[in-house]
Design a protein around this ligand. Structure first.
Ligand code: GLP
Length: 244
């Protein structure tokens, strides 16, 4: 895993946006794998700025998001579809029909998950996948457990994640406890992966990830150590526990 440590959150965001810009420049039909959470907001802001000021062109790109809460429709302000529209899609020239976020209202998550993976495959596969990391080491909504899902489907959120994400909801009781999430295999098939981490709150999990040199389903992000093209971009605070 290549690691880039930046002085600040802004520099982290710009570095990630640089990589997106380069990859889209190399392949205007790039398939983007996108993430939600507070961490990638700065990257999306920077991509929007580059679209407006420099004409960064998304017109031929497609996108697939990692996950969505079960029970939330796309127009619910807490849904990840809404998040993506607000932070990125409404401000760039990507065709809305080429943006995919799992359907939180699907009645058959298993069949839906298979269809989602199939759509990714048929689009040519994800060229660049953006990830955040949960404080417990989850990626997308693949939570620490004895076993991890390979394919996209229904997952249960851990107590830790429900607590972490309660800040976006009215109260902890309003946080959905299930999600449709891309599986570990679906993520690992991406050609290139960028993982972002910012702030003191991520320092413990980053030290676990980088100091360990082993994979464990207790920290799903460690599976990224097996991928040939992963770049971790993190600020100094997030990196502060590494090598201690
Ligand atoms: C959520 C998302 C993840 C994200 C993580 C970290 O639960 N499902 O994709 O990486 O939380 O979020 P944040 O960036 O807000 O710390």
């Amino acid at each position: 895993m290549k690691t880039i440590v930046t002085k600040s959150y802004d520099e982290m965001s710009k570095t990630a946006a640089d990589m997106f810009e380069t990859e889209i420049g190399n392949n205007p039909e790039l398939v983007l794998g996108l993430a939600t959470g507070s961490t990638p907001i700065g990257t999306y802001k920077e991509l929007v700025r580059r679209h407006i000021e420099k004409g960064l062109d998304f017109s031929r790109t497609k996108s697939f998001n990692l996950d969505e809460y079960v029970g939330l429709s796309g127009d619910n302000p807490n849904s990840y579809r809404h998040f993506m529209n607000e932070h990125l899609f409404n401000h760039i020239n990507i065709e809305k029909e080429n943006t995919h976020v799992p359907d939180g209202l699907t009645e058959n998550p298993e069949a839906y998950g298979k269809k989602y993976d199939q759509m990714i495959l048929e689009s040519g596969g994800i060229g660049i996948q953006l990830l955040g990391i949960g404080s417990n080491g989850h990626i997308a909504f693949n939570e620490p457990d004895e076993e991890l899902p390979v394919e996209t489907g229904l997952v249960e959120l851990s107590e830790q994640t429900v607590e972490d994400n309660a800040r976006f909801f009215q109260s902890v009781e309003h946080v959905p406890t299930q999600a449709i999430s891309m599986g570990m295999g679906s993520i690992m098939k991406a050609e290139k992966i960028i993982i972002l981490a910012s702030g003191e709150g991520k320092s413990e999990v980053l030290s676990e990830l980088l100091n360990r040199g082993k994979v464990t389903s207790r920290i799903p992000a460690t599976f990224l150590l097996l991928h040939p093209d992963v770049t971790l971009i993190c600020d100094e605070e997030a990196y502060s526990g590494v090598n201690r």
